[in-house]
Ligand binder design. Sequence first.
Ligand SMILES: Nc1ncnc2c1ncn2[C@@H]1O[C@H](COP(=O)(O)OP(=O)(O)OP(=O)(O)O)[C@@H](O)[C@H]1O
Ligand SMILES: [Mg+2]
Length: 309
Amino acid sequence: MISVRNLTKRYAGHTAVDDISFEVDRGEIVGFLGPNGAGKSTTMRILTCFLSATRGTASVGGFDVFKDSIEVRKRIGYMPENVPLYDDMRVKEYLHFRAQLKGLRGRSARHATGEAMDTCSLQEVRRKMIGTLSKGYRQRVGLADALVNKPDLLILDEPTNGLDPNQIRQVRELIKRLGERHTILISTHILSEVEMTATRVIIIDKGQIKASDTPQNLIRRLHSSGTVHLEVKAAPGQVIEKIESLADVKTAIHISSAQDWASIDIHPCSNVDIREQLFALSREQNWPLRELYRDTASLEDAFVNITGS
Ligand SMILES: Nc1ncnc2c1ncn2[C@@H]1O[C@H](COP(=O)(O)OP(=O)(O)OP(=O)(O)O)[C@@H](O)[C@H]1O
Ligand SMILES: [Mg+2]
């Protein structure tokens, strides 16, 4: 669906995108991640024909973004970083206008407008002026605009930027549903969102691609520290002594105590899973046990590890 080859974008004296190549297949939901200034929006603007490149090629659905921009635009729904909307138009009127701009006429334009408003839960505000909408509704209008002509590919640049947690959850569910029918390239700084929706993640940093894999594989690649947290009802000194006598334990640290419950962090030698041994020890010592878990890595850990920030 998307094919990018050796793409470079240089602004006066500064390389924003540095010789990147990647592919996105039909049906994928790809999270495009990277720190501020990494080059995400620049890449997206090139793919959507809003910006020229310094070097390299990019195509969408087999059409070159530089030579066949009309064909490319027909296939893409783009939601830019700062959604430009006409504040003095009503929601329905605006989306109908956008549908017409995208080549839909008469009944099919009206039908597409209605469907996009249904998909993005905009019916209740359809007669409101866009300028009076809350941020969340404005974002939804931007999303409805991107998908009104049912494009094969959606390119969404931080669609949940500035939304509250409830709205983020709603937009995330919406994107998941859209993923059943569209190929999606989405940039965001909310990594839990990507962990839940994306089939693949591309991480870009300083204009270069640092990783491209499923969220699960990126997390798996990280060596989790293997630290285990334990909470037992016993004297901390005695607990530490017993735990440190286990062969696989490097150190045990008393973190805190509250109402006779001691909270302990245990660092194993190498990366052994010592939970079973700790459970056996607690039972043997008759320590009441109320918490025992091992640190797990998240996509956020993978991101920090890869981008080094
Ligand atoms: N029109 C421009 N002129 C000069 N430099 C620019 C221009 N647009 C972007 N840049 C620079 O190019 C780099 C990449 O910017 P870009 O907007 O693509 O980053 P981004 O990954 O989208 O970041 P963010 O997460 O903050 O949105 C940045 O260093 C930015 O300052
Ligand atoms: Mg950006």
